[in-house]
Design a protein around this ligand. Structure first.
Ligand code: GTP
Ligand code: SPV
Ligand code: MN
Length: 603
């Protein structure tokens, strides 16, 4: 049973006591964050098989972990916003009343930690002492969670010291339970500053500082307190003159945030002298400073990145980041203590097991003759931020970095051009609000299906989406310097189903144009959907791409966009009277511009 002297904080003491009475752990252990204690936990997890220690030479201080086969991605249908009024969660969220949610989940938690240890993990999102910083405490029965939290945020005594006697912390309770998928619940109580997660062991469901606190709870706080909590990467582009400008970009899960944040300039542009600085790869907290300028921090201290597709050509910085002190989840494991994944570097280990623990080799096929992937498509690495060669020296700045441009993007086979610029702030908010993308392996559901994912926040906005759009409009009114807003699509495909754009490092060519436009330079043509680069506006030096492909990439097909406008209208209709009138007007202006284009073509 809990020891009384875990903490002097009365609020924390009382809550730990209550949760321990509910879950009935054999022991309650305070995680102080020290290396000595973490070593004990690593050894314990390696002893029970919860984690497998990898080859200490090839992967120093690194571990392998496998989640349950039914527990490999976020489960949006088991994720709820629990507010007293259903309307506050809005139509895009699953809702439960707080009473029902607590009652049901208490049943799942009751006695679930018998024979287990409950770890108390104080954690901070954002630099200690920063005006952005929020504190949480996660109670969990998983060492895997503790070790991941250690990489993803600041944990332990420095955090509890900063918390002091305050009651201002997010109460996060996680239990593995039985991993029964039907009884899995990821519950958010923004009115109580509380998160409960039960019957899961997968990243986004259990590292409660990440999507649960830093997006769902934080977006609620941000609305009240006048700031923004966004599913955005942050990167700095240092140009040949030595000037660094920062971009914040929202793409849905598994749509390229980590890759863009760590971009390595392609040869043609490197010789010009560009350098990219990584500030964050998944979450941005954004505030207006005293001068009315948007500034952003990355509240995390690590990467929880998609493994498949990561290799020395696509993302050398990620490869360097996972060299040591890394946890690999659901990838291929070699008997020699190495790991591998599809489209990774080198050959897979000769004697290997797949993410399900079955003997596996490259080319192995299932009963229907389909190749079996060794790593799950949503297998991940957890790696410390400061191991990234492009880590920005300003990533830990307590005041954040100034943002010059916001970028939205999705995974669209067709329709959306490589890049376009919004006409104004409100039009940019419209572009963000009407984003859509194909579903990926990062969430359960039909893969490839196009769905609306406004601001890449559909699974992460902790309140009514219509009010969230209004908040973006209001933030623009409060700002004195307005960043320009852009939309990108790296994923347009040709007739042969191949990607038209090479992507990855070559995306810098698009960022260069974005920053030129943000400064009021760069050539563009007005189209019904926004400004698109003129044929010569992008620097394509050293890139082999023919003009037909570029034309296809930058094309705005008026008829297809008319269908898109209908689809946007149908989505907007689900928000009812909470849809800001500004966005209704933007939709109608888009339609007018499309009709004018048709009329002009007919003349
Ligand atoms: P989350 O961590 O789920 O939020 O994902 P993310 O947005 O950080 O996506 P990530 O960078 O991990 O990329 C996901 C997948 O998209 C990987 O398989 C990448 O290889 C692929 N990808 C990333 N950038 C590009 C690109 O520019 N072009 C193409 N074709 N694929 C890309
Ligand atoms: C995402 O799905 O957007 C991720 C991974 O970044 S998770 O932490 O599982 O949400
Ligand atoms: Mn993400």
């Amino acid at each position: 049973m809990p020891e009384d002297n875990l903490t002097q904080n009365k609020h924390l003491q009382k809550w730990i006591q209550e949760m321990a009475e509910l879950c009935q752990p054999d022991k309650v252990v305070w995680v102080d964050g020290s290396e000595a204690q973490l070593e004990v936990l690593r050894a314990e997890a390696a002893g029970t098989g919860e984690m497998i220690k990898l080859d200490p030479v090839k992967h120093p201080n690194s571990y392998y972990h496998r989640t349950h086969r039914n527990d490999v991605a976020r489960t949006e249908d088991k994720t709820f916003i629990c507010t007293r009024n259903k309307a506050d969660a809005g139509p895009t969220n699953n809702w439960k009343s707080p009473e029902d949610a607590y009652a049901e989940a208490s049943g799942f938690f009751r006695g679930s930690m018998r024979g287990r240890t409950m770890y108390v993990v104080p954690f901070a999102m954002g630099p200690l002492g920063s005006p952005f910083r929020k504190i949480g405490v996660e109670l969990t029965d998983s060492i895997y969670v503790v070790l991941n939290m250690r990489i993803m945020c600041i944990i332990g005594n420095p955090v509890s010291e900063e918390l002091g006697a305050s009651n201002d912390f997010t109460r996060c309770l996680h239990g593995k339970g039985t991993l029964d998928a039907d009884k899995r619940r990821i519950l958010h109580f923004p009115e109580d500053n509380t998160v409960w997660s039960v019957n899961s062991g997968y990243g986004g469901n259990v590292l409660l500082g990440k999507k649960c606190l830093a997006l769902r709870i934080a977006s609620w706080m941000a609305k009240q307190e006048g700031w923004l909590a966004e599913h955005m990467l942050i990167l700095g582009v240092e140009d040949p003159s030595g000037r660094t400008e920062y971009i914040a970009a929202a793409f849905p899960s598994a749509c390229g945030k980590t890759n863009l944040a760590m971009l390595l300039p392609p040869e043609g542009l490197r010789s010009k002298g560009y350098k990219i600085w990584t500030v964050g790869d998944d979450i941005a907290w954004i505030r207006l400073d005293a001068k009315g300028q948007f500034r952003a921090i990355n509240p995390e201290t690590g990467f929880f990145g998609v493994a498949p597709g990561t290799n020395i050509r696509t993302n050398p910085s990620a490869v360097a980041s996972v060299r040591k002190n890394t946890i690999f989840t659901n990838v291929v494991l070699g008997k020699d203590g190495t790991v591998w994944w599809e489209e990774g570097d080198g050959e897979p280990p000769a004697d290997a097991v797949d993410w399900l623990g079955r003997p596996w080799h490259l080319g192995i096929k299932d009963a229907d003759g389909k190749p079996i992937a060794g790593a799950h498509a949503n297998s991940r690495f957890t790696a410390p931020f400061n191991q990234c060669p492009s880590a920005s020296p300003h990533a830990g700045d307590p005041e954040g970095v100034p943002i010059s441009a916001f970028v939205f993007g999705g995974r669209r086979n067709t329709l959306a051009p490589l890049v376009y610029e919004a006409f104004s702030w409100d039009h940019g908010v419209f572009v963000g609000s009407s984003m859509a993308s194909e579903r990926t392996a990062a969430q359960f559901g039909k893969q490839g299906e196009v769905r609306r994912d406004p601001f890449a926040m559909l699974p992460f906005c902790g309140y009514h989406m219509g009010r969230y759009f209004q908040h973006w409009i209001d933030m623009g009114r409060a700002a004195k310097t307005l960043p320009k807003i852009f939309h990108v699509n790296w994923f347009k495909r040709g007739q042969d189903n191949r990607f038209l754009w090479p992507g990855y490092g070559e995306n810098l060519r698009v960022l260069e144009w974005i920053l030129e436009r943000a400064r009021g330079e760069g050539d563009a043509e007005a189209t019904p959907i926004g400004y698109v680069p003129t044929p010569d506006a992008l620097d394509l030096a050293g890139l082999e791409i023919d003009s037909d492909t570029m034309e296809e990439l930058l094309k705005v097909d008026v008829n297809s966009w008319k269908h898109e406008a209908d689809d946007i209208e149908a989505f907007f209709a689900t928000l009812g009277s909470e849809l800001p009138s500004e966005l209704r007007e933007e939709l109608s202006s888009l339609r007018t511009r499309l009709d004018e284009k048709t009329a002009a073509a007919a003349r």
